[in-house]
Every structure is written in structure tokens, then in C-alpha cells.
Design a protein around this ligand. Structure first.
Ligand code: AMP
Length: 280
């Protein structure tokens, strides 16, 4: 596995792979890798791609009171995981490498970025879009793999790619869960065992909603959201939002049908967790 810290280096690696006729698959991450990330990598490998992973904790997507400083990092461990997963190249730029000059350019996917996560984390998606656009321009992948775990991010990136004609195919990958059902996430390490137990209500609730829709054929979102609120409130966690929305507009929907989802954010203690169930 080749390791590049400079843009020129990763460009050279990718140019060579492309010259050899390979398709470039790209998995952007913030590191502290877990099996969700590995699943994205596996998808890229299964698609026969020369697989490039980036590790960059992007300061622009964190608000001033958020956890940028304490976001978990362990590059050595990540490199071992990436080697084990047969990744071809990893790009690990510094902040200076990514943002060496003062940026005057913004990418704002209007409307979609203001709702749900965007309402709670103003500016978050602008930060996500600028870093992903830069990484796409640096690496120039044919395909890029994103997790449904961050459903709003995935849809916003798809819209950015469509609007700006990036020549890259966005490949959505289902959410991977830990054995207890909690969606795998780098931030799960923040949870105490007590908080983790409480947080499990999130995946349990989403599982129940999926059953209500698919087995009991209940599609009325009022009923589904009421049930979800009841279940989640049984634990001492705070619901930040729970909404049944269209996966195209993030506008609320009254019935679950194709291309809708229920997106949730809770706080267990100080730890924010997001999860969702989607019908795509
Ligand atoms: P992050 O490092 O948290 O920025 O995530 C990098 C990529 O991994 C994003 O596309 C995420 O949606 C995806 N991802 C994170 N957690 C999971 C998971 N549990 N299952 C599938 N994909 C995930």
C-alpha cells in the first residue's frame, strides 16, 4: 500500500494506476477506522477498483463548539487496517496541504443543507462539500463510496456531483452495525458503557419501524414517528430530531414509500448519534 501525504504524490499514484487501465475507487474518511469504513473499501475492491482511501479530519465541517480537537485519531492503527483490507493507496494530507491558502470559495447545496443535521450544525455541509470537492479534484476517482449511515451527507454529495458535473459515480453503501446493533461510528468510543446501553434504543427503534412498515404494512408516518418517540423516550436520551422525509428533498412525507426514510439524531449524555432507516 502506498502512503501519500502530498497532493502531487497521490496524483502521481492515481495517474499511474489509470495509465495501467485501472478504475479508481475512492473512499473518503476522517480516520479512526471501523468496520463501516472497511465495508466501503470492500465494495470498491469488489467492483475491481484501484482503491484509494483518504484520512483527513476536516476542520471546516466542525462548528466552533464541536469536537474537532478531540475527534479520535490513530493513523498507525488505521494504516494497519487499510493494509489488511488490501487498499492500494492512502492519502493522509495535513491541514496545510489541504488549506494552504485562505479559501474564498464556498459550495452550498441550497435547501438540502439547511434541514435536519444542517439545522443543528450550521455550516457543516458547506465544510463537507468543499473538502469532498477538493478530494475529488485531487484524486479524480471514477467512483466514490459513501455510507447510508450519513444519509443526508450522501444525498447532498450526490446533488453537488450532479449540479457541478463531477465525472464521478457516487456509490451508496448500507450501514454497518456493531454486534449490539449500534451503527458503527468513530465517535462511539466517546460512549461510556452506561451511555452505550441507553443509545441502543436508537437502533432498536429503527428496527421496530422497519418491521412496522415491512411486516405490519403501516406506512402512515404519524403513527411511525409517534411509536419511535415513545420508544426512544423510554430511555434517558434527548431526541434532537426524528423526521420521515423524502430522500430527494428532505421535506416531510406523510407516507413511507420508495425513496423515503426516517432520520434520527439523539444525544446520549454528551454524545450525539445519528442513524436512519431508508426505503430507497
Ligand atoms: P467518517 O470517517 O465518519 O467521515 O465516514 C467516512 C465514510 O464512511 C462516510 O461515507 C460514512 O457515511 C461512512 N460510514 C461511517 N460509518 C458507517 C457505517 N456504520 N456503515 C457504513 N458506512 C459508514
Amino acid at each position: 500500500m502506498e502512503i501519500a501525504e502530498k497532493k502531487e504524490h497521490i496524483r502521481k499514484i492515481v495517474r499511474r494506476a489509470r495509465f495501467e487501465g485501472k478504475t479508481i475507487g475512492f473512499v473518503p474518511t476522517m480516520g479512526y477506522l471501523h468496520k463501516g469504513h472497511v465495508h466501503l473499501i470492500e465494495r470498491s475492491r469488489e467492483d475491481g477498483c484501484f482503491t484509494v482511501v483518504s484520512i483527513f479530519v476536516n476542520p471546516l465541517q466542525f462548528g466552533p463548539s464541536e469536537d474537532f480537537e478531540r475527534y479520535p485519531r490513530n493513523v498507525e492503527r488505521d494504516i494497519e487496517i487499510l493494509k489488511e483490507a488490501s487498499v492500494d493507496a492512502v492519502f493522509i494530507p495535513s491541514n496545510e496541504e489541504m488549506y494552504h491558502v485562505q479559501h474564498l470559495t464556498e459550495i452550498n447545496v441550497l435547501k438540502l443543507s439547511e434541514k435536519l443535521e444542517g439545522a443543528i450544525r450550521p455550516g457543516h455541509f458547506k465544510g463537507v462539500c468543499i473538502v469532498v470537492a477538493k478530494l475529488f479534484n485531487i484524486i479524480q476517482p471514477d467512483r466514490a463510496y459513501f455510507g447510508w449511515k450519513d444519509a443526508q451527507q450522501l444525498i447532498i454529495i450526490k446533488k453537488m456531483v450532479a449540479d457541478l458535473d463531477f465525472p464521478v459515480e457516487i456509490v451508496p453503501v448500507p450501514t454497518v452495525r456493531d454486534e449490539d446493533g449500534l451503527a458503527s461510528s468513530s465517535r462511539n468510543i466517546y460512549l461510556s458503557s452506561e451511555e452505550r446501553k441507553k443509545a441502543l434504543i436508537l437502533s432498536k427503534t429503527l428496527h421496530k419501524l422497519k418491521e412496522m412498515v415491512e411486516l405490519d404494512k403501516i406506512s402512515d408516518t404519524k403513527i411511525l414517528i409517534a411509536e419511535a418517540k415513545k420508544m426512544i423516550s423510554s430511555e434517558n436520551v434527548v431526541i434532537q430530531y426524528i423526521e420521515a422525509v423524502s430522500l430527494e428533498t428532505f421535506e416531510p412525507v406523510s407516507r413511507i414509500e420508495k425513496n423515503t426514510g426516517i432520520l434520527v439524531a439523539i444525544k446520549a449524555g454528551d454524545v450525539r448519534l445519528i442513524d436512519n432507516v431508508i426505503w430507497d
